[in-house]
Design a binder for this molecule. Structure first.
Ligand SMILES: [Zn+2]
Length: 313
């Protein structure tokens, strides 16, 4: 079954997929044909997807340390039915594109699916390139028994590399795949994917709810580092969505955001400019919490806060 490693990381998806996998394994339900994972941690989305593929293909799935041929293949990224699709993976011989996921790849998938297979086939889409340095941390892969010597980057899809033309060419395969076929798209946000595909997929937020340092919603708080006037309202909307999805008050989300800022402050103690900016932002967020506690409207307070964080006052 799903490794309890994911229980802390993605509590909702852990419960959901544990239940679903049990039903699928007992032939009581089909596994979804299309899944979109949203969130900022693409690496862990990938690991989660590999584990889904592994359990679906393993004959001894109740044993978390199973070492059958399917498990071994997946943990070394050589399983014949589990395919990565990116700018540098799953390319045909006649395909010389290197910076996009091409229409030729969509057609290659269609051809592949026309052949029968005993495996539960996966096509896992993300953005990739050959890595220049190998210092990225893949220790979580190692913990789960995977080869951690990964020579490519694992990044979210975007509409430059994953062009609408390709998505349209892929539509038929995603819509009517043979049985036991699953398409998985790893994204930061489903907005980066054509809506016609989105409507044919189940969408799950795989945002890290909880992280090693113990607070929630880190993935969303990290957007604060790239805050501009253009995306300020997206940021406030995301904070509001967090509150709704997690059935919390907006002020509770801001309490957590404040903890995040205080941690940033600690990490920037030697950098005067950043330190002063974050210190000022701590004041802005504290003020917004007071406003929320005084029953000011959530939307206005969060929007104003986001703008003030960009402006600095
Ligand atoms: Zn196995």
């Amino acid at each position: 079954m799903l490794n309890s490693f994911f229980k802390d990381k993605f509590p909702f998806c852990y419960d959901y997929f544990s239940t679903l996998l049990n039903l699928v394994k007992n032939n009581q339900r089909d596994f979804p044909q299309g899944i979109i994972f949203e969130g900022s941690d693409t690496k862990t989305q990938y690991l989660f997807t590999l584990e889904l593929a592994r359990i679906l293909n393993c004959d001894n799935y109740l044993n978390p340390n199973c070492d059958c041929i399917n498990c071994r293949w997946i943990k070394s990224y050589t399983h014949p039915g589990v395919n990565i699709v990116s700018q540098i993976h799953f390319k045909g011989e006649d395909d010389d594109t290197k910076t996009i996921i091409s229409v030729k790849q969509a057609l290659l998938i269609e051809n592949t699916l026309s052949l029968s297979s005993d495996y539960h086939r996966f096509f896992i889409f993300f953005s990739s390139k050959e890595k220049q340095n190998f210092n990225q941390d893949y220790s979580d892969f190692k913990t789960l028994g995977y080869d951690d010597n990964i020579s490519y980057a694992i990044e979210p899809l975007n509409n430059q590399t994953f062009h609408p033309t390709t998505l349209n060419a892929l539509l038929k395969s995603v819509e009517e795949p043979p049985k036991k076929t699953t398409f998985v798209f790893l994204t930061k946000s489903k907005e980066d994917i054509l809506s016609t595909i989105v409507s044919r997929c189940l969408v799950f937020k795989l945002a890290s709810n909880k992280n090693a340092s113990g607070f929630y919603n880190r993935g969303i708080f990290e957007d604060y580092l790239n805050l501009t006037f253009e995306n300020a309202f997206d940021f406030s909307q995301k904070l509001k969505d967090c509150a709704i999805n997690q059935q919390k008050d907006s002020s509770e989300i801001l309490d957590e955001f404040l903890l995040y800022l205080k941690e940033l402050l600690k990490n920037n103690i030697k950098n005067d400019d950043s330190y002063n900016k974050i210190l000022n932002d701590v004041k802005i967020v504290s003020y917004s919490i007071k406003q929320l506690n005084a029953n000011m409207s959530d939307k206005n307070t969060l929007d104003t806060m986001a703008l003030r964080l960009v402006r600095g006052y």
